[in-house]
Design a protein around this ligand. Structure first.
Ligand code: FAD
Length: 540
């Protein structure tokens, strides 16, 4: 083990959705020297860039942390998969590309919880600043930002049928889920440019890489934040077999995501004192909230056999169709490979008491018995329902003082009656949509759970047995004003100088949508805060 010491103004831990935004914005002026540490390798695998490649990366341990939850008590004791990106772009490099910000009410709720500066009116400018929407700018959308947002290039007949069926069920048609209202059915917009995935690595990091004031180190695992009393002064990290130390004269910015950010804080001495003590970690600050409040979007699926051979299963299974799809993508960037597997959806109020949509229904153009494994041998597709505002809360806790060991991830899915009721109600909505004429013509049979699954109890059992996540863990370094909150509204770790957490883990509550856009917004806003503080310090 050799020791090398480096010095920067800012150290960013994690080149994910948030970290790449920070790296770009903080180096733009040329005034600040920034070190960006990423545990994963650069994204050289082509499936990271081809939209349909999403399905190929679930079990790829090079680019995916491939975590699993602890046994979930309300899910028949199952370990549920918990994938996370481990490359430049982080989870935005392996995600489903869906661009949905959440509801205006989500952010107004953050503000009502006491987080000044985080109402919808406050955050909308940052969504717009990030965005380069191919439809152009309007009061809701931005154009000219780094993040390309596109419509699906080819409207698949099954996705169209799903939308039409939802409309037949009485839901409004919605052409813009990030516009005036989220409710209703339509095609999703995607983080994509000309048929290629727009991760934050492509959108933000790539244009910043040639700047002389940015040093990006891949395959570098941050193992500990260093402190002088209660001021963060740097980061210890491992690269190859070597342990290195880097000093930050201004701030350490932790952007490791909802599982790894609380893990790093705990490993560094910020967390519940009894937990840290049990692993012999010296306590810098007893912070019971670090790793607490984990919640996520649980979902369940109906697998349907299609009456026609038009699903992705058919494209993959039939040699001629695969070659045709590959050539079409190579020459035109269109066709099945350019189509995000989940390309349309419907936001519904499944519980009559809900004032705004509480369930997101979606259609995936393929089917597999287990997510991330071989596609079914029949023409199959999936429709699924995901609970948007779960009440269930769990935690992330280290299981070892060794930073290379995964933490215990316990989302505590389905722990409340309301969450279970919402899921059952959502599955009923799916069955109604599947039975509406526009989609019914494509449904040969419901394969899973099948018609024998009848009644609420049977459906709940199915949800427990077969449900999973849509990969939106948040809130483990929650922003707030109360004693258990980890960061304040400037995302500064409470009681610690020179340290912020800036990623999905700071969300006070999960947004009612998909979490990538909101994470990018958080990083855009945080970059402004960091730079404002730097300007103020210089002026003082
Ligand atoms: C399979 C999947 C599908 C998804 N689909 C969608 C979707 O369609 N639409 C959507 O909006 N959202 C989706 N999401 C969620 C969304 O992508 C995430 O919420 C978002 O990317 C989180 O951003 P982040 O910056 O918090 O963390 P991440 O993007 O996960 O970044 C964290 C980064 O930090 C690195 N890191 C962690 N610990 C360390 C350490 N100690 N040292 C150095 N580096 C470290 C990680 O390797 C990673 O690159 C999906 C997520 C997954 C996994």
């Amino acid at each position: 083990m050799s020791q090398a010491v480096e010095s920067y103004d800012y150290i960013i831990v994690g080149a994910g959705s948030a970290g790449c935004v920070l790296a770009n914005r903080l180096t733009a002026s040329g005034q600040h020297r920034v070190l960006l540490l990423e545990a994963g390798p650069p994204g050289r695998n082509p499936w990271l860039h081809i939209p349909i490649g999403y399905g190929k990366l679930f079990t790829n341990t090079r680019y995916n942390w491939c975590y699993q939850t602890e046994p979930q008590p309300e899910c028949h004791g199952r370990n549920v998969i918990a994938p996370r990106g481990k490359t430049f772009g982080g989870s935005s490099a392996i995600n489903g590309l869906i661009y949905i910000r959440g509801q205006a009410e989500d952010f107004d709720h953050w503000r009502q919880l006491g987080n000044t500066g985080w109402s919808h009116e406050d955050v909308l400018p940052y969504f717009r600043k990030a965005e380069n929407n191919e439809r152009g700018a309007d009061e809701h959308h931005g154009a000219g930002g780094p993040l390309s947002v596109s419509d699906v290039r080819d409207r698949h007949p099954l996705a169209q049928a799903f939308i039409d069926a939802a409309v037949q069920c009485g839901y409004p048609r919605n052409d813009d889920f990030n516009g005036a209202s989220q409710e209703g059915a339509g095609f999703y917009q995607n983080t994509m440019r000309d048929g290629v995935r727009a991760s934050t690595a492509a959108a933000y990091l790539k244009p910043a890489r040639r700047r002389g004031n940015l040093n990006v180190v891949p395959e570098a695992l941050a193992s500990r934040i260093l402190f002088d009393g209660r001021r963060a002064t740097g980061v210890e990290y491992r690269v190859g077999g070597e342990s290195r130390t880097a000093h930050a004269s201004r701030e350490v910015l932790v952007a490791g995501g909802a599982f790894n950010s609380p893990q790093l804080l705990q490993l560094s001495g910020l967390g519940p004192a009894d937990l840290l003590g049990s692993f012999g970690i010296p306590v810098i600050a007893d912070m019971p909230g670090v790793g607490d409040n984990l919640h996520d979007h649980y979902f369940a699926r109906l697998i349907l056999r299609c009456t026609e051979p038009i699903t992705i299963n058919d494209t993959v299974r039939q040699w001629g169709k695969s070659v045709e799809a590959a050539l079409r993508y190579a020459f035109t960037r269109r066709g099945d490979l350019a189509t995000p597997a989940i390309s349309a959806g419907c936001f519904v109020r499944a519980l009559p008491s809900s004032a705004t949509p509480d369930v997101q229904c979606s259609i995936a153009l393929y089917s597999a018995q287990t997510i991330g494994t071989t596609l079914d041998a029949f023409s199959g597709f999936v429709i699924h329902a995901c609970i948007l505002r779960p009440e269930s809360r769990g935690h992330v806790r280290i299981k070892s003082a060794d930073p290379s060991q995964p933490p215990a991830i316990h989302p505590n899915y389905l722990a409340t009656q309301k969450d279970r009721d919402t899921m059952v109600a959502g599955m009923k909505v799916l069955r109604r949509i599947a039975a509406a004429p526009a989609l019914k013509r494509y449904v040969a049979e419901e394969v899973d759970p099948g018609p024998a699954c009848d009644g609420d109890d049977a459906m709940l059992d199915f949800i427990r047995r077969r449900g999973s996540t849509v990969y939106h863990p948040v809130s483990t370094c929650r922003m707030g004003q109360d004693a258990k909150a980890v960061v304040d509204e400037q995302l500064r770790v409470r009681g610690i100088a020179g340290l912020r957490v800036i990623d999905a883990s700071i969300m006070p509550t999960v947004v009612s949508g998909n979490t990538n856009a909101a994470t990018i917004m958080i990083a855009e806003k945080a970059a402004d805060m960091v730079l404002e503080d730097a300007r103020a310090a210089l002026a003082a």
